[in-house]
Design a protein around this ligand. Sequence first.
Ligand SMILES: *Cc1c(COP(=O)(O)O)cnc(C)c1O
Length: 219
Amino acid sequence: MKITENLHNLKKSIPENVTLVAVSKTKPTSDILEAYQAGQRIFGENKVQELVEKYKKLPQNIQWHMIGHLQSNKVKYIAAFIHLIHGVESLKLLQEINKQALKNKRTINCLLQLYIAQEETKFGLSEPEFISLISSNEFKALKNIKIVGLMAMASFTDNKTQIQTEFKALKTIFDTYKHQKITNFDLQILSMGMSSDYQIAIECGSTMVRIGSSIFGGR
Ligand SMILES: *Cc1c(COP(=O)(O)O)cnc(C)c1O
């Protein structure tokens, strides 16, 4: 019941044009089913093995998002069904996703992860790296992937101003490149914001929030 209640409360604080990804990592399938019964259809996981096990057990109309760091050698396990891969940050990984998508006769939507935090620990591309990736011929040759947006994580801090500055930086990059549409690149989604900072992220222009603990409780 708690999950249903959390989800309803959360939905009230999220505008309709912002997509909610319910981050269910480490949580049992019974928790996911409760959220599913409350109407939630999009779930995010960060470990391939866990994602595959849950995919097999749970209703087929769930849209699964991979939100964690993805290793190239594991793409093959999720390529047949994954709805969106957040957090892609290399050409090598994109090439592998493209290869596995082709094998499955589909196009896989991905978000590129940018580095906006002042912390050293976060993954992601810098803006120059992002530009050089999307400008390369190797990238343009990938017909079975599509970059549909950007993703980032802000610094882990209580400093609201700093988080705002980081999210705004990503929004600026997003706005700069959203008009540039090529076959495999068309920015629609700005994935930023988790339990602790989703309200700030939405103020800064997020269109997709990834929320775990505020729905399912602490991990
Ligand atoms: C775990 C995780 C989240 C959700 O975090 P909460 O604080 O539980 O909302 C969001 N994004 C990524 C990439 C994560 O790994």
